[in-house]
Every structure is written in structure tokens, then in C-alpha cells.
Ligand binder design. Structure first.
Ligand code: OVM
Length: 410
């Protein structure tokens, strides 16, 4: 056997039998933002071979779900981006929840799961409701707004750091850190290089805020240090879990809320439905936004063994780009997937992943989305685009850059 040939930090595999080679670049700015390659990705078969990257990609619902939910054959410990942590030094000390496998994962997951439980989310509900109402009142008073900064970034960067217990939050730093973390899981492209350069400034700012002394005594972050006191995890692991909250808990919800506004602005008939029952439909509207827009559009897994999926042989070391956004639009799984319909059963979408790594913050994320959409529908008669929305290219996130809106009060 010859030496492993590295491409973008992982083993370059050859196309398996029956898998078409395709020179599409899922990481080009155009494909990251307009996502027009999704249909072709699914129609070419269960997998395609990305010739530029020497790796596989999948976008059919059943296949993507199978790969994503099998943490034994398709591991996260070798990184959920293009780089294989088994072969290349990671860009930062790996996350102790995202970039690990059971049994270690089970231990850290237990601590973070308890801290972000449905009960904790319920306790945050009143505060989220009051903050959402205040924010929507303020933007309605303005009338013409830039929805990305004025709502999508404003809300999570207020309520989430507060819940975590960050004493001196800075919305810009938190949003930028999220964008760095998600760009980092891409290949070595312009987006990733820029993120790495900014990381030199942003990471120290973040890490400074992850220690016991810098957190309020009653927040989610402090509960990790209580778990350390109880001997469940170490002091260092507690700080690492705070880093995980700040990595995964801001840009994702910012994107979810921004995308929800985009969906509702573009589908006035669905907004009318929401207005008729804000309390009952805010959550379904947020869920359908997750399916329809897939804020995290793709994550990788790495094959830990020689195996087979959908009749295709997959060799150990294969990186697989799991295009969650394509799976959430698969017409073999969804009725009229291209229709944004807040009355549909969106459950089962892959926007929050599936399996042991399924989004651990989902209760908090849903509570945030629900609070904003409910307050909006109660106060705003019409949401009108006053200019063309633009998307911000990111190697893993599908979110808006700018969206000028007019909010007409009820
Ligand atoms: C982390 C983390 C968790 C989920 C997503 C994410 C790539 C990071 O634990 O740091 O973004």
C-alpha cells in the first residue's frame, strides 16, 4: 500500500463503483448561497464523488439520514468538516461534544443535555417572551429596518449570552465567532482563510469568557462548573462546554430567526395564517423554516470502517459531505418540498441533525424562534421587503447578509 494522499486534509479516495464523479464545488460562493445544485446532487444517485475534494457527498433524505445517525460507522471524532483530525492537526482543540464519539461523548453530552433541557427552556420562556415583545415594539416603531442586524442578530445576542451567564456580551464578537467556527469546517478556501485570520483576535476574547470566574453564578455556564465540582467532568472540560455553547448557540439561532423572517416576507399567505394564531403557529412556522432553509446546510462525517450504504461500497477514511439542506428538500420524502407551508408536518427534517449528536440546544433554539415569531405576528400586520435580500456565503451556514424590511403595525 502506498502512502495516504491528502487532499484538503483528508485521504483522497477514488470514486466507489457506481458513484458518478462530479466536478461541482459545493463550497463556491454561488452554490453556498443559491443552492441550485441540490436537485442534481440527489438525482445523480445515493452518493456523488466530489472530484475537486476527493470525497463523497449525499443529499437524498434516506441516505443522508442513515449516514448521519450511525455514529459507529460514520464518526465525528475525525472532524465534521473537510479535514480529517486523524490525519491533520485541527484548527483548534476539538470540541468535547461535537468532535468526539461515544463513550466519551455520552459523558459530556449528559452534562450539556441537563443544562439545556426542556425544563430549562421552559424557565427561560417568560424572559424570552418579554425580550421579544420589547424588541418587536422597538422595530415596529422604526418602521423600516435592516432585519438581519435589527432582529435576527439582536435577539439571540441579547437573550442567549444572558442565559449562559456572560457578563459583558458583545453582539458583533459573538456573531463573528459563530461565523468563524462554521467557516472552519469547510475546505481551505477564501472564506476559511479569512475566518482563520480573524480567529486570532476573536478566539482569545471568547476563551477569556469561558472560565468560572467570568460567568454569573446562576447561568447555564455555571451549571457546567457545578458538574465539575460534583466530579462529573473536569474544570477544563466545563470551560470547553461553555466554548461549545458560544460556538454553536449564536450564529445558528441568528440564522434561523433571519431565515424565518425571509420565509414569511416571501409568503404573505403563510404570514396571514400565523397572524390568525400566533400562539399556536409560531413554533410550527419556525420548524418549517428549519426544514425549508436548513440554517446549517451541511456537515461531514468520516467512515471509520469499510462499509456499504445503499449498495455503495464506502472505504475507511472516506469523508462524506452530508447535505442536510438537500435532504430537507427531497421530493421522495416531502410532499411539495419547495412550498413553504407552516401547516405541514415538518418533524423529521434533518436541520438539527439526527442520532446521538442531534442538536443539544434545540429546546432553547425553538424557544427563541417561537418567542420572536409570536411577538411579531401579534404586532405586525405586514412584512414587506423594501430591497433585495442578500445571502452571506459561509462554508456551513445558509443565512442572510442583509434584508431590508418595512414592518406595518397591526
Ligand atoms: C462545538 C460545536 C457544536 C455544534 C456545532 C458547532 C461547528 C460547534 O461544540 O463547538 O459548529
Amino acid at each position: 500500500m502506498g502512502a495516504v494522499e491528502l487532499v484538503h486534509g483528508h485521504k483522497r479516495i477514488e470514486p466507489p463503483d457506481g458513484v458518478p464523479s462530479w466536478d461541482v464545488d459545493p463550497y463556491s460562493a454561488g452554490n453556498l448561497t443559491d443552492r441550485t445544485y441540490f436537485d442534481a446532487l440527489r438525482s445523480k444517485g445515493p452518493f456523488v464523488y466530489l472530484s475537486r475534494y476527493g470525497m463523497l457527498a449525499c443529499g437524498r433524505y434516506d441516505v443522508t439520514r442513515e449516514v448521519f445517525s450511525d455514529h459507529v460507522r460514520f464518526v465525528s471524532s475525525r472532524g465534521v468538516g473537510v479535514s480529517d483530525f486523524g490525519l491533520e492537526e485541527p484548527w483548534r482543540p476539538p470540541s468535547i461534544i461535537l468532535e468526539v464519539d461515544p463513550p466519551y461523548h455520552t459523558r459530556t453530552r449528559r452534562v450539556i443535555m441537563r443544562a439545556l433541557s426542556p425544563k430549562v427552556a421552559r424557565e427561560l420562556r417568560d424572559a424570552f417572551k418579554a425580550d421579544a415583545e420589547r424588541l418587536i415594539d422597538a422595530v415596529v416603531a422604526k418602521g423600516e429596518i435592516e432585519a438581519v442586524t435589527d432582529i435576527a442578530e439582536a435577539f439571540p445576542t441579547k437573550v442567549f449570552p444572558e442565559a449562559v451567564g456572560i457578563k459583558d456580551p458583545d453582539a458583533k464578537m459573538l456573531v463573528e465567532f459563530g461565523s468563524i467556527v462554521f467557516n472552519a469546517i469547510g475546505p481551505e478556501n477564501e472564506l476559511r482563510n479569512r475566518a482563520m485570520a480573524r480567529n486570532k483576535v476573536v478566539m482569545p476574547w471568547i476563551l477569556e469568557r469561558c472560565s468560572r470566574e467570568r460567568l454569573t453564578p446562576d447561568g447555564i455556564g455555571a451549571s457546567f462548573f457545578e458538574a465539575a465540582d460534583a466530579g462529573e467532568i473536569t474544570e477544563h472540560e466545563a470551560g470547553m462546554l461553555v466554548r461549545s455553547l458560544l460556538s454553536a448557540g449564536v450564529d445558528t439561532t441568528v440564522t434561523g430567526i433571519g431565515n424565518a423572517l425571509w420565509c414569511l416576507a416571501n409568503n404573505p399567505q403563510e404570514y396571514e395564517k400565523l397572524k390568525a394564531d400566533p400562539e399556536g403557529l409560531a413554533l410550527p412556522a419556525f420548524e418549517e423554516t428549519l426544514r425549508y432553509t436548513s440554517p446549517v446546510q451541511a456537515f461531514c462525517r468520516t467512515a471509520a470502517v469499510d462499509t456499504e450504504v445503499a449498495g455503495i461500497r464506502i472505504e475507511e477514511g472516506s469523508k462524506i459531505l452530508c447535505v442536510l439542506g438537500a435532504a430537507n428538500m427531497d421530493p421522495d420524502h416531502w410532499e411539495a418540498p419547495e412550498k413553504f407551508d407552516i401547516s405541514r408536518q415538518a418533524a423529521g427534517h434533518l436541520a438539527l441533525g439526527v442520532g446521538v449528536h442531534v442538536c443539544v440546544g434545540q429546546n432553547i433554539a425553538r424557544a427563541e424562534g417561537r418567542a420572536v415569531l409570536r411577538a411579531l405576528a401579534e404586532r405586525v400586520d405586514r412584512i414587506e421587503l423594501t430591497g433585495e435580500p442578500t445571502w452571506r456565503p459561509n462554508n456551513a451556514i445558509h443565512g442572510l447578509d442583509r434584508m431590508p424590511l418595512r414592518l406595518v403595525p397591526r
